[in-house]
Design a protein around this ligand. Structure first.
Ligand SMILES: [Zn+2]
Length: 371
């Protein structure tokens, strides 16, 4: 395992490529963003896009997939600023938190129409269990739903523009330059959609029919092309920074939590009780946690030194989300014993080894870590 000497991410993280100089592509992209991108030009391009869609439609100008989080609040504020009339769409998690609901209500009050789309919980339970047992991944149904539902609605209501937030391929540094642009398409989804490259078709079996999985199917690239529907990333047109979007969101009524639910931010991952499990599984699979991502971003943005980040990590440890795991087990009707046995199957033996009875990661970032 190699660790970036600038931030604290390992090369086991999907999408991370470590340079010969010991610096990861996420850090390199971040520097490039500051220096090379002409944000005035990009803003102009967005303005042109706005003009194009407003000429094309008499109804909703754009569709914004929203969770109610700070980023989606910022997306809505931005689109309203440019005079767009948005339809906002949410994939409704079966375990929405109270603060998540509050922030979503606040977002709708900014002056937008809203669809809250919930998948049949019986279908979602089965799908979650299958995804967990097959890939050790609890977020496949969520990602498949939240990417496809808005696109399906855009086609249905002929909404010419779908406005996503940040392009994770760009922000965290992907290996494929072609995916770092403004467009979200099936190629992007397959690489960065967090569905292990699967689509709803791959999950049809004797327990889940094609009809059961209806919510998880989306339009093809050809359908979107034919209907002149563009799915773009706002982060391509406007400089994306957590502090900026947080500030704007707060000024528009967004509320933060009293403490972080997972990772180091008390303003992220707030709306869903299961997302913490998705992040925590990375500890077994790749040897890092949500805090590594968050702290690396803080280092890149110059708000923390690498030394300070390491001190915070030592304090936080592995961050097992005990109560969320209990809730998850109850939802998919498996015992915690079965859950942890399944988790153990995903421990990456390429990085983990057993020191007597204790599991440790070889060449870990922090030599005196409490295992
Ligand atoms: Zn780095």
């Amino acid at each position: 395992m190699r660790w970036c000497t600038s931030c604290i991410l390992p090369d086991t993280r999907p999408g991370i490529v470590m340079g010969a100089d010991g610096i990861c592509n996420a850090c390199k992209n971040s520097g490039r963003k500051q220096k090379e991108i002409n944000w005035d030009e990009r803003e102009k391009a967005f303005r042109q896009l706005v003009e194009h869609v407003k000429l094309r439609t008499n109804r909703f100008d754009c569709l914004i997939p929203v969770s109610g989080g700070k980023d989606s609040t910022w997306q809505v504020v931005k689109c309203l600023e440019y005079g767009l009339r948005p339809l906002t769409v949410t994939w409704k998690t079966p375990v929405r938190t109270a603060i998540g609901q509050k922030n979503l209500d606040n977002l709708v009050r900014l002056g937008v129409d809203h669809v809250d789309w919930q998948v049949n919980p019986e279908v979602e339970k089965k799908f979650l269990l299958k995804a967990f047992e097959k890939y050790g991944a609890t977020a496949i149904p969520m990602h498949m739903a939240l990417f496809n539902i808005p696109l399906s609605i855009a086609v249905k209501f002929d909404i010419p523009l779908v406005v996503w937030g940040e392009n994770s391929a760009f922000e965290y540094g992907g290996a494929d330059e072609a995916l770092m642009g403004f467009r979200l398409d099936s190629k992007w989804l397959s690489a960065h959609g967090v569905t292990h490259g699967t689509t709803a078709h791959d999950w049809i079996d004797s327990e889940l029919s094609e009809k059961d999985l209806s919510s998880y199917f989306g339009p093809t690239d050809e359908e979107l092309e034919e209907r002149d529907i563009k799915a773009i990333f706002m982060g391509y047109y406007f400089k994306w920074d957590v502090e900026t979007s947080l500030k704007v969101a707060k000024a528009h009524g967004f509320e933060i939590a009293s403490s972080p639910r997972t990772g180091i931010y008390n303003y992220a991952d707030l709306d869903d009780d299961f997302i913490s499990i998705h992040h925590w599984m990375k500890w077994y699979k790749f040897g890092f946690t949500r805090s590594f991502d968050n702290l690396s971003l803080e280092i890149r943005n110059g708000r923390l030194t690498r030394y300070q980040a390491l001190e915070i990590l030592k304090e936080r440890g592995e961050e097992r989300p005990v109560s969320d795991i209990q809730k998850f087990c109850a939802f998919i009707s498996v015992s915690e014993d079965r859950f942890f046995k399944a988790v153990e199957r995903y421990r990456n033996l390429g990085i983990w080894y057993r020191d007597l009875d204790i599991w440790k990661i070889r060449d870990f970032l922090i030599p005196d870590w409490r295992w």
